[in-house]
Design a protein around this ligand. Structure first.
Ligand SMILES: Nc1ncnc2c1ncn2[C@@H]1O[C@H](COP(=O)(O)OP(=O)(O)OP(=O)(O)O)[C@@H](O)[C@H]1O
Ligand SMILES: [Mg+2]
Length: 334
């Protein structure tokens, strides 16, 4: 279920620019020409890449649409790796912030913009079912205690519908040209080509899908240092309190609230979706399966990388946190 790839001899594509805060690169596997994304943990939280991998595997087991993360080793450093979510030739990833900016007047773009749930809701108005996918992400984040679902950590994928464009190109160009001329835009120096591309996006020439869930590594209590783990393991109340204190990055009325509180706030507006997904999670959750997955997640990592393995206590803590969070979901939301 988990793969380990030594990617040291692969081709780093340095020219890819990404947002984000940890060392990372796009890298091509010369054997199959496929593009991958590799990232390390941030120094402060060395087990973080494991949180990404475990979150991805647990999410899959529980029925979420996850990007698959595995172990990658680049120049003797261990991190996580995933396939590119997009085909660079005809697809683009548009992060949440891009959608929000377009539909919230005077939206303030800062390094850490304030994202309210209702802004996300508005940004999905052109895509009727996407809010349900977002609700699913919030449920998943409650299960892993994700603290970093900012608006670049969810996205839509636009795919150019080349067949449709080819078949109807002349028709579309004529139609767009008529509107271009009518709008007087040629006077404002917006070339027709740019006009065509801009508005083409907003027509059915693009297939638009919600991306799989990615960047979930700021989770599973990865910030608890090794020397504090035992204190949590020996005191369940402390773990319960920690879960209660955990907050979602998606805000409600300008304040950060607990993951489960956020789901409760949305229960009246999206009862069917929440019921459906929580029901599915409860049905699929099996303590032994998750324990087995986490206990064995790093067993095939070579001895030379033993420093990058997870401690037994950390594994126990992650297993326990997931168990307690699923219990919360059942009791408070289900
Ligand atoms: N598999 C992928 N396919 C395509 N683009 C990707 C992929 N993985 C990451 N990206 C792009 O790179 C960006 C950074 O990746 P990611 O969010 O995983 O890194 P990060 O450093 O954890 O970010 P953050 O600042 O949120 O902590 C993403 O927002 C996305 O635009
Ligand atoms: Mg990110």
């Amino acid at each position: 279920m988990i793969t380990i790839s030594n990617i040291t001899s692969w081709n780093i594509k340095n020219w890819f620019q990404t947002g984000g805060t940890r060392e990372k690169c796009f890298i091509e596997n010369p054997e199959n020409g496929k593009l991958y994304f590799f990232k390390k943990s941030i120094e402060k939280y060395p087990s973080e890449f494991w949180s990404e991998i475990i979150a991805s595997k647990v999410g899959r087991i529980l029925g979420f649409n996850m990007l698959d993360y595995n172990v990658g080793i680049l120049n003797n450093e261990v991190g996580c790796i995933c396939e590119s979510m997009i085909d660079q030739t005809n697809e683009e990833l548009e992060p949440g912030i891009g959608l929000i900016k377009k539909c919230i007047p005077n939206f303030k773009v800062t390094e850490r913009p304030i994202i309210l749930f209702k802004d996300v809701e508005k940004s999905f108005l052109p895509y009727p079912h996407f809010i349900h996918k977002f609700i699913d992400i919030l449920i998943f984040d409650a299960i892993i205690g994700n603290q970093d679902r900012h608006s670049e950590n969810w996205a839509i994928i636009r795919t150019l519908d080349v067949e449709n464009l080819k078949t109807n190109k002349i028709k579309y160009i004529r139609w767009f040209y008529k509107h271009y001329k009518k709008s007087g835009l040629q006077l404002s120096k917006l070339p027709f080509r740019n006009f065509f591309i801009k508005y083409m996006t907003e027509t059915s020439l693009m297939n638009i899908n919600f991306s799989p869930i990615y960047d979930s590594g700021s989770s599973l209590a990865r910030e608890i240092p090794e020397d504090k783990i035992l204190e949590f393991l020996e005191n369940e109340n402390r773990m319960v309190k920690y879960i209660k204190n955990g907050k979602s990055e998606v805000k409600w009325d300008y304040s950060k609230i607990n993951h489960f509180e956020l789901l409760k706030k949305n229960k009246n507006n999206y009862p069917d979706q929440i019921k459906k997904t929580v029901g599915k999670v409860i049905e699929k959750y099996n303590f032994d399966q998750i324990k087995d997955l986490i206990d064995n997640i790093d067993v095939n990592i070579g001895i030379e990388y033993h420093k990058s393995k997870l401690s037994l206590h950390r594994k126990q803590m992650i297993i326990k946190f997931i168990e307690l969070r699923i219990k919360n979901l059942k009791e408070e939301i289900g």
